[in-house]
Design a protein around this ligand. Structure first.
Ligand SMILES: *[C@@H]1O[C@H](CO)[C@@H](O)[C@H](O)[C@H]1NC(C)=O
Ligand SMILES: *[C@@H]1O[C@H](CO)[C@@H](O)[C@H](O)[C@H]1NC(C)=O
Ligand SMILES: *[C@@H]1O[C@H](CO)[C@@H](O)[C@H](O)[C@H]1NC(C)=O
Length: 402
């Protein structure tokens, strides 16, 4: 075990991430899908994990039938929501691909649990401008209304948008302030986001990430590998495979997508998932010229089985995630990786006892081969807390992965 010299802001970031997401996500998980008395026990499937259809208070008994199988009362649901999500009859009749003559557009199963929020989200002028409601929409999404229903209106946009910087300049240049609709964020210009690590108190996810000349500049970049370090470098990871065979992949919760930018510089295409937690992460990633994907960690990855060469995730997969969800998520990563593909689990955070009791067996149960496995203590808040990181490079077996 080594002692990585972790900057303080990391724990504060994690703590904030925990706070923020726990309020949004844990409520959902505990109330709907995951019955969990302790977030660090791996609950096997049991009757308590079964989804039970619960009517929202405002619709209770409104159908008057007392039949528990009656679909949630539709009375309170906004008309645009029903217009989108109700069965749509296919104009050409029965379609063998759908095995039906009716199509049901998908929305998150939790959308109808929040009829008031849903009503607000779906209230707009059809064919007109949408409300400027990014923050509100994201909250609804993080509560489990994911995917959000589509809307028939035009999103709030920047009044004085300018074309992005050309590649490769865009990769390492702060985009223009006018590339963002700032309503949802505390900061209203990029200068504020760049300086907030130094000037602002309080917690923010990826607080110093927008400063492309700060820590971002060196992440994963060093040529030399320090034996036993939690910080693997991109080049050492790529060197575990035949040159050129890592071409496409995914970075889960990738901040401002510096990982994707570095991979792009090596001609590797990475899609970066991110929420916009008090920062225009998706705009920033797109402005840099790499691909953002606006999905939370709860959603099934939108890739087909056995297709990606690499999946990376730093600091996001940690002990704030209910372990049953984490188990599903890890299997989803395994699913989308091709045989021989790499899963780079970068700085997985937890406490030593949790690691031995829960996370080590959980990760080992998925079926990966361990190429690298480094456990390091996290000491910045005191050794007595027994906080730790795991950095691992895992490979889906080339043969017999099923
Ligand atoms: C929106 O546009 C569609 C297509 O032209 C039209 O059928 C519909 O009536 C319009 N709705 C409203 C509320 O303007
Ligand atoms: C954004 O606005 C701030 C404050 O007006 C300004 O100092 C900064 O130069 C602007 N940034 C860009 C990239 O235009
Ligand atoms: C990336 O691809 C371009 C165009 O094919 C090539 O010129 C360049 O050398 C490649 N860069 C790397 C790091 O492989």
């Amino acid at each position: 075990m080594d002692s990585p010299n972790q900057p303080k802001s990391l724990s504060t970031n994690l703590f904030y991430l925990f706070l923020l997401l726990s309020t949004n996500l844990l409520t959902l998980f505990i109330s709907s899908t995951f019955y969990s008395s302790s977030s660090c026990s791996l609950n096997p499937i049991s009757s308590t994990t079964t989804f039970t259809k619960r009517r929202s208070p405002s619709t209770t008994d409104s159908d008057g039938t007392g039949n528990p199988d009656t679909p949630q009362a539709t009375i309170d649901l906004p008309s645009e929501f029903l217009a989108f999500s109700s069965g749509q009859v296919l104009p050409l009749g029965f379609n063998t691909n759908f095995d039906s003559d009716t199509f049901y557009p998908p929305v998150g199963q939790a959308c109808t649990r929040f009829p008031d929020e849903l009503s607000r989200f779906m209230s707009y002028k059809v064919n007109g401008s949408c409300p400027d409601d990014e923050l509100f929409a994201q909250k609804l999404l993080l509560k489990g209304c994911e995917p959000l229903p589509r809307r028939r209106c035009r999103p709030a946009a920047q009044p004085d948008y300018v074309e992005p910087y050309p590649l490769p300049t865009s990769l390492w240049t702060t985009p223009p302030n006018s590339s963002v609709v700032w309503t949802a964020y505390t900061c209203k210009v990029y200068t504020c986001l760049i300086n907030r690590g130094k000037t602002q108190k309080g917690f923010d996810d990826c607080k110093d990430c927008f400063d492309l000349h700060g820590r971002e500049q060196n992440r994963w970049a060093s040529r030399q590998t320090i034996e036993g370090s939690l910080d693997f470098t991109i080049d050492e990871v790529l060197a575990t495979k035949k040159p050129g065979t890592i071409r496409i992949g995914l970075d889960i919760g990738g901040g401002v997508a510096t990982f994707a930018v570095r991979m792009r510089e090596r001609n590797i295409t990475i899609i970066t998932t991110s929420m916009n937690l008090n920062g225009p992460f998706n705009n920033f990633i797109a402005s840099r010229g790499v691909m953002p994907l606006y999905i939370s960690i709860s959603q099934r990855l939108p890739f087909f089985d056995n297709t990606l060469d690499i999946v990376h995730s730093m600091h996001v997969l940690s002990n704030w995630i209910p372990s049953t969800l984490l188990h599903f998520l890890m299997f989803d990563i395994y699913r989308v990786l091709r045989p021989g593909g790499l899963f780079w689990l970068d700085h997985f955070f937890c406490v030593e006892d949790q690691f031995l009791d829960v996370y080590k067996p959980l990760i080992e149960s998925i079926g990966f081969i361990k190429l690298k496995w480094v456990v390091g203590k996290k000491l910045d808040r005191g050794a007595e807390l027994r906080e730790m990181y795991l950095s691992a490079l895992l490979e889906k077996p080339l043969k017999n992965s099923w």
